[in-house]
Design a binder for this molecule. Structure first.
Ligand SMILES: [Zn+2]
Length: 403
């Protein structure tokens, strides 16, 4: 590699079944006539699906490029904190159907869980494996259009009111009064399946009659979940309770949330740019066909309820808005440039990935000038200076490590 050079980066699309048909193909300038779901575009060096870097000698996997030149690509500061790994994974996510209800572990839980599953001889790719690596997975994301999600338990008072107002949930009220939110959630997740069905069957019947249409109404998502996650033998998915217990959040374009370890959440619908620690550790709590490890989930969830915390980021210069979080692994920001405007980056201490979401830019590094169009991504190794000049109204998202 040549020091002082930026590289075009090519992400890898994940075709999970819940993905949308249009947003990611359109962003990448590809046709999708066969309506294949395009769920996520991964930009990073995760070993499961590394992006490709365009070098003088052709394309190479970014993870391999980092292994070959760790010090030059990552820089000393990243290596001393994260060893020879790119600490973050950057994504565009487009959800046509809802994703599983999930929570991510702390670093300590991930280290212990990974070791424990190894000691029990669970193969790394086994479907009943919860810990795929030793890392935590805090996540920040910024909505690109109207976006709906579930995020953290509602305040206890709201949960009480909701249970009171749903006749089918009346058996839960005494549990809530006796044991609070934590006791209630543990009760629901350990309830025998026939008790789950005896509450959810009349609920689905009633909702079918009412046919709720409003996406800001939990009933809409509950009915959709009944249809999207049919269980064998007419069983009901207990994740549906969580649609009522968690905050239903409607993000406008440009609004963001942060999911730290322990925050129960689910993406329901919409398109978002997401930045997270480089990990694949997910514990699921329903609305999924995948493995649910109840004990591990209940140990990881934080039960204190609160109102959802949305952020629109913080403007730090004429061009840049930062979505600050407590995570030390990553920092997400948005660059907005008018035609002719420039953004100079002076020797970032960390490697960066920049995604051009809209517009047209030219980027000059120590050697050359490179032209990028909508949907293009470039990678800037640590200690590289570059200057972006907008040729049209342009929006970029930038991932880096905060130092
Ligand atoms: Zn998540």
């Amino acid at each position: 590699m040549r020091e002082g050079q930026i590289y075009q980066l090519k992400g890898v699309v994940q075709h999970y079944s819940w993905g949308g048909y249009d947003y990611i193909p359109h962003l990448l300038g590809r046709k999708n006539e066969d309506k294949i779901p395009h769920a996520e575009l991964w930009l990073g060096a995760h070993p499961k699906s590394s992006s490709y870097i365009v070098t003088e000698n052709g394309e190479d996997r970014l993870d391999r490029f980092i292994q070959t030149f760790p010090h030059n690509v990552l820089g000393q500061k990243v290596i001393s904190r994260f060893k020879e790994n790119l600490p973050y994974l950057f994504k565009v996510l487009d959800a046509r159907n809802m994703l599983s209800i999930q929570v991510h572990p702390t670093k300590k839980q991930a280290e212990e869980g990974f070791a424990r599953e190894n000691d029990s001889g669970i193969p790394i790719d086994a479907p009943h494996r919860s810990y795929n690596d030793t890392n935590h997975k805090p996540e920040v994301h910024v909505a690109l259009n109207d976006f709906w999600m579930l995020h953290a338990f509602r305040p206890a008072k709201d949960i009480e009111n909701i249970i009171k107002n749903i006749p089918e949930f009346r058996p839960l009220l005494s549990i809530f009064y006796a044991d609070g939110v934590e006791g209630l959630y543990k009760h629901i997740m350990r309830l025998p399946q026939e008790n789950v069905d005896s509450m959810l069957n009349p609920l689905v019947k009633r909702l079918r009659g009412e046919n709720p249409q409003h996406r800001d109404d939990p009933d809409f998502w509950a009915l959709k979940a009944f249809d999207d996650f049919p269980q064998p033998e007419n069983r009901r998915d207990r994740g549906i309770f969580s649609i009522y217990l968690l905050n239903l959040v409607h993000l406008q374009p440009g609004e963001s949330t942060f999911q730290d370890a322990g925050v129960l959440h689910a993406y329901l619908f919409g398109t978002t740019v997401e930045l997270m620690a480089n990990s694949d550790n997910v514990l699921r709590g329903g609305l999924t066909e995948k493995y649910i490890d109840i004990d591990e989930l209940l140990k990881t969830v934080k039960y204190e309820g609160h109102k959802p915390e949305k952020s629109i980021g913080e403007v730090i210069s004429y061009a840049e808005r930062v979505y600050k979080t407590p995570a030390i692994d990553f920092e997400l920001s948005k660059l907005t440039l008018f035609p002719g405007e420039a953004f100079q980056n002076a020797q970032s201490k960390s490697p960066e990935i920049l995604l051009l979401l809209n517009g047209q830019i030219s980027v000059s590094d120590h050697f050359d000038s490179h032209a990028f169009d909508r949907g293009d991504t470039f990678f800037s190794p640590a200690c590289t200076s570059y200057k972006i000049t907008a040729l049209a109204n342009s929006t970029l998202f930038r991932a880096k490590v905060p130092f």
